[in-house]
Structures are given as C-alpha cells and as structure tokens.
Design a protein around this ligand. Structure first.
Ligand SMILES: *Cc1c(COP(=O)(O)O)cnc(C)c1O
Length: 470
C-alpha cells in the first residue's frame, strides 16, 4: 500500500532541517556577543530556540533551509524587535516632562547621591541610635514632609494609589465616603477611584452629576454612616461648559459642622507656584491644607519630582491611624525611595528645588535656551548632510497633570526621505533609544525634555538611525 509520507519524514525536509545550525554553535559566534552581554546567555538561547523552532516549521513546508547568516539575522531581529530589554535609559524627545511610560520624574543629582551613598551600606532605617533599640522607620522623612506640606504630620508609602487605599481603609472601612460624580476619575493605567474604594471596603456615596455638584448634594448625602468627605483632583482632564463643583473651603465648612474629615487626593501635589513657570496656578499642597482639607495625598514622582511614592499629609489624629494600620506594612516605602524622597524634599526646604530637581529645571527652561541648543544640534546635523530645522512648538507637562496647558518650546524637526514611521521606530530601537514625536509628516524632538548633556548623543543617534536601512 502506498502510505503518504508525513511532512516530518520527507527526505528533502529532513536534509534541510539537519542543515540548521545548533543553538550552542550559533551562540559561540561573536555576532551574538552584544546580545549576550546585554541580555545574558540563557535569554539569548531562549530567543535562538524560538526562532529555530519557527524555522523548522517553515522548512517542513517549503523544504528550503536558510543560510546561517539568515538564521543569525532572524534571531537578532527577534531580540531587537521583541525584547524591550532591561530597564535602560531613554532620551525623551517628546517634551512631556512627566512621561509615565518613560518613568515619570528623573531624580535629582542630590537624590541619586543619597541613594548611592546609602544603598550599599547598612543604615539606621529602623534603629534608634540613641537608645540602641528598634526605632521608627523614617521619622525624619515624616518631619521633612510635614514641613513642606505645612501639615501637623505626614507619612510616605509606596505610591499615591496605595496612599489613597490606606487612607480609605484606615479612616472609612465599612462606612461611607461621599464623592462627587464628576471626580470618579481614572488615572493612567488602571487607577480608578470607584474601584479603589471598592477594594478598600468603603461604600462609595456618589453625589451630584458628572458636570455639576453642589454643596447641597454633599449635605444631603451625609448621614450617620458617613466616615469622610473625599475630593479627587481630576488630574488628566478638564471640564468646560455647564459645570460647577464645590470648593475646598465650602467642603471644609460642611466637614467641620458634621465632624467629618475632608480628604483630598491631589494627584500631583505641587509645592511650588506653577504660575511662576508660565502655567495656570495649581493649588499647592500647603494651600489646600490651609484652606481646610484635613488630609491630602499626592505622588512623589509627579510634580514633586522625586521617586515613586505616595505622601499623606494632614492632622496628627488622622495620620496616626494610618501609621498603626496593618496595611501600612504592606505598602511601606522602600529604603532607597525613602532616602531619595528625603533628598528631594530637602531641596525644597533649602530653596534649591528649581535648580536641583530635573522636572523643575525642565519646566523653567526658557525658549531662548532651548533655541540655542536646537540650533547647535541642527548645525551639527547639517555638517553630517542631514537636513533639520529648529522650529517653535509646545511642551506638555504630562503624567496626568495640568491637562490642556503647555509651555512654549523649540523642536528639532526632521523629514526623513523614507517612511517616517520606520525612522521613528529605528530611533526607538537605537542605543540609547530616542523617543520623539511624529506630527504633520515630521519627526519632532522637543529640546525641553532632552538633557543638555545628551545633545551630542542625540546627534549621533539620529545620524546612525538615518544611515541604517532596515
Ligand atoms: C496620579 C494620581 C494617582 C495615582 O498616583 P500614583 O503615584 O501613580 O500611584 C491617584 N490619584 C490622582 C488624582 C492622581 O492624579
């Protein structure tokens, strides 16, 4: 009987399959040295196995065996295309100062020095050096935070989402929190106020309408199950038109009358006056507490410009239950973040924040400074026969802060000959990667978020991405 051969055993395919190089052999090639150095041998082996498995399937179909050079190229392409790589520095040409996808706030030199000084040594994190016994974690940090916030007490946890959760759990578990329907916001990837409230076991008492909430709405909702009044900064969007909401001072009066705490999730928590940087005035942490919020919480890595952290500041009698709550242990701030936050806050207290903290340095960069740098870059590109221009544009602050507000900036604009999308992808896959904007058929690099010390590197990244043709 004539049994049809399965593709696996077809002789031509078998031969072609045997011609495929072995993984071990492939990895001995110096071609893979950069990948192995960057990703480690086991990971490159994994990539090679994956690509070879795909090739085997293909060979069974078309019986053609690729050359070793092709196999090497395919594995390299797989690695560079599929692997984002370990966390590594990126040149931010987007102009978005707080780019959540690019790690939000870069740390100040002082914060970095503090981290590198402390990280490799033992420290007095939980030791009372005077008494010799166990001490309280980061007491000094609490003091520093309280001073910049103008609060009686403060505490820092892992991030602001955790801070909100802690506040709700510790102050309102099993009870109700009154919130305006206009403030049930979603922030970036997955922080939704109603969902956090559900997780915290607090009953969400929604009041008002999406666009309008009045004091009366809050008054009517307060009952003997109410544990707190919550206000949430809309952060990443604005409402316009037929809108109204209730001010902190009005809410504070109501809270006082009913003997309830007023909690404000500020989101970004700015401590400097944004009006001095050409933006609208954003209520500061200090102001908000002064006007009548009893507790505020905000992020460490948004406009504060520090490490990822969530800071809660306010009345001692409301901070104390947070410190004693078991959840505190779960979401506590790591020592490296604590020391970076300490150094960041110290810059504010020393009044050197605008010089020290990259976020504020970038916010305060003038169009003239940016113009000078952009022109120098354009000149260097022209010397390499790359045509580019310095043009005016706008930068966004980002990170879910100050939506619809921008800062005048200067952009380096490039119009590549081939596909703009492909050029922008090559830049993103460069070493170091450059993330830029693509607008109106142009590749735009906003000088505001490029560190001046990266200007030279920027030129070489652009030049080599233009020279590469893949
Ligand atoms: C950003 C933001 C958060 C989340 O803060 P993370 O530090 O990212 O956890 C929570 N609430 C508001 C209003 C925010 O803007």
């Amino acid at each position: 009987m004539n049994v049809p051969q399965s593709p696996r055993t077809q002789p031509e395919a078998g031969l072609a399959l045997r011609r495929l190089p072995a993984v071990e052999k492939l990895l001995e090639s110096p071609e893979f040295a950069p990948e192995i150095a960057r990703y480690s041998r086991p990971l490159v082996t994994q990539a090679a196995r994956y690509v070879l498995a795909g090739l085997r399937d293909k060979i069974r179909e078309d019986k053609k065996s690729p050359s070793v050079a092709d196999v090497v190229r395919l594995i390299k392409e797989h690695i560079s295309g599929e692997w984002p790589g370990f966390i590594s520095p990126v040149i931010n040409g987007t102009g978005v100062i707080l780019h959540t996808n690019l790690g939000r706030a870069p740390l100040s030199k002082k914060a970095l020095e503090a981290v590198s000084n402390l990280g490799g040594q033992y420290c007095n994190l939980e030791t009372d050096l005077g008494g010799g016994g166990r001490g309280t974690r980061v007491l000094e940090l609490r003091r520093l935070l309280a001073v910049i916030a103008g609060a009686e007490d403060a505490v820092a946890v892992n991030n602001n989402a955790a801070a909100m959760l802690l506040v709700l759990v510790a102050l309102a578990h099993g009870k109700e929190a009154v919130v305006s329907r206009g403030e049930l916001v979603q922030i970036g990837g997955g922080f939704r106020v109603p969902e956090i409230m559900e997780q915290s076991g607090v009953v969400l008492r929604e009041v008002g309408a999406t666009n309008r909430t009045s004091l009366h709405d809050y008054e009517r909702a307060v009952n003997d199950k109410t544990a707190l009044i919550l206000k949430v900064h809309r952060s990443n969007f604005v409402q316009k038109g037929f809108v109204s909401d209730v001010s902190i001072s009005e809410l504070s009066n109501l809270a006082r009358k009913r003997n309830l705490p007023l909690v404000y999730d500020l989101g970004s928590g700015v401590v400097l006056d944004t009006a001095e940087f050409g933006l609208e005035h954003e209520p500061t942490v200090q102001e908000t507490l002064r006007i009548g919020a009893d507790v505020v919480c905000f992020s460490g890595d948004k406009l504060l410009g520090g490490p990822q952290a969530g800071i809660v500041a306010g009345k001692i009698k409301l901070i104390q239950p947070l410190l004693n709550h078991p959840l505190m242990r779960v979401i506590r701030l790591d020592k490296l973040s604590a020391v970076a936050l300490e150094a960041t806050v110290k810059s504010y207290l020393d009044k050197t924040a605008v010089e020290d903290i990259p976020v504020w340095r970038m916010m305060s960069a003038t169009a003239a400074e940016l113009q000078t740098r952009a022109r120098a870059i354009v000149r260097k590109l022209k010397a390499k026969n790359i045509s580019a221009q310095a043009i005016k544009g706008d930068s966004m602050v980002g990170g879910g802060t100050l939506p619809e507000q921008s800062l005048p900036t200067v952009l380096v604009s490039i119009k590549p000959e081939g596909s703009l999308e492909a050029f922008s992808r090559r830049l993103r896959l460069s070493d170091p990667p450059l993330v830029a904007r693509v607008e109106n058929d142009l590749l735009l690099i906003d000088m505001r978020t490029v560190f001046p010390e990266q200007d030279k590197l920027l030129v070489s990244v652009i030049a080599s991405a233009l020279a590469r043709k893949d």
